[in-house]
Design a protein around this ligand. Structure first.
Ligand SMILES: C[S@@+](CC[C@H](N)C(=O)[O-])C[C@H]1O[C@@H](n2cnc3c(N)ncnc32)[C@H](O)[C@@H]1O
Length: 277
């Protein structure tokens, strides 16, 4: 067994994890947790976070902007649109204001399935969700929509005759073009009825700084591609784009008007919501 693998290892939080996870190799979920200032990460993940901060000192603020639009987006969907069920694809490690907490503030029986391919997410999610019968964490690869949609927990919690919120927050830029992110999004939408909504946030090639950050992402996490705003808008094809459209994260229905000019970091990601007619 490699020195960093196996049962009994724990994070800086002191929790133990499933066997056969190589903690010497950074994971997207744990590196993101490190960027957010969380405790569920290891040295390999923190090394990636340090590199990212070096290239883009505002990366931490950007990550929190991303969490904030997830909160505002779910609040809009559960509160204003009355959605009662969500599939959060590439959900990441639990942190503050997780999808079920926001949705269940509006409707205490709102159903949420978290999907992530990192088993660490399940290990942490279990602790958080043990007593929540309306929520589940599924370890699955979202690139396999029929596997995810057919998963027993998805089938148990999600009623596909009623509108569903499909969340792909900070996720699609981890997929290469040959993995067909557009087709994957479409497959999830095809399974959902009219009135369902798609929430996407995505790294955007809006500035020269984006290229340097993208290079670091690829070097350490080995996956993904930043896309242009036009490419990101294409995920919403066939949907009614909710105002204000696909915009920089702090501009999407903010609680308070953002300070202008936006920083370079704030212009690195865009996001929006579309409604299936
Ligand atoms: C940057 S995190 C975003 C977490 C959360 N959605 C947010 O925005 O705060 C991306 C997450 O996607 C997960 N992920 C990456 N590729 C995946 C795949 N093919 N299937 C399922 N999850 C995946 C990673 O494990 C990670 O937890």
């Amino acid at each position: 067994m490699a020195p960093d693998m196996g049962k009994g290892l724990s994070s800086t939080n002191g929790e133990s994890f499933p066997p056969n996870i190589d903690f010497g190799v950074p994971s997207i979920a744990r590196a993101y947790d490190a960027v957010l200032g969380g405790k569920d990460n290891f040295e390999a993940d923190r090394a990636v976070a340090r590199e990212l901060f070096q290239v883009m000192p505002e990366i931490g603020d950007l990550a929190w902007d991303n969490r904030a639009i997830l909160g505002r987006g779910v609040s809009y969907l559960a509160g204003e649109m009355g959605l009662r069920q969500f599939i959060d694809l590439g959900s990441g490690l639990p942190t503050v204001e997780n999808t079920h907490q926001v949705a269940q503030r509006h409707n205490p029986t709102a159903q949420v399935v978290y999907v992530d391919n990192d088993p660490i997410v399940l290990a942490h999610g279990r602790a958080l969700l043990d007593e929540n019968e309306y929520t589940s964490v599924v370890t699955a690869d979202l690139r396999d929509p029929s596997g995810v949609l057919g998963h027993p927990d998805v089938q148990r919690l999600i009623d596909f005759t009623r509108p569903v919120g499909i969340l792909l927050v900070g996720m699609l830029h981890h997929l290469h073009d040959d993995e067909d992110p557009q087709g994957i999004v479409q497959a999830y939408l095809d399974a959902c009825p009219s009135g369902s909504h798609l929430l996407v946030t995505h790294f955007c090639r809006s500035s020269p700084d984006a290229a340097a950050l993208e290079e670091t992402f690829l070097e350490f996490l080995k996956t993904g591609r930043f896309r242009t705003r036009e490419e990101i808008e294409r995920y919403f094809e066939g949907l009614e784009l909710v105002e204000p459209g696909v915009v920089y994260l702090p501009e999407w229905r903010p609680d308070e008007e953002p300070a202008y000019p936006l920083t370079v970091g704030q212009r690195l990601m865009v996001g929006g919501i579309g409604r299936k007619p």
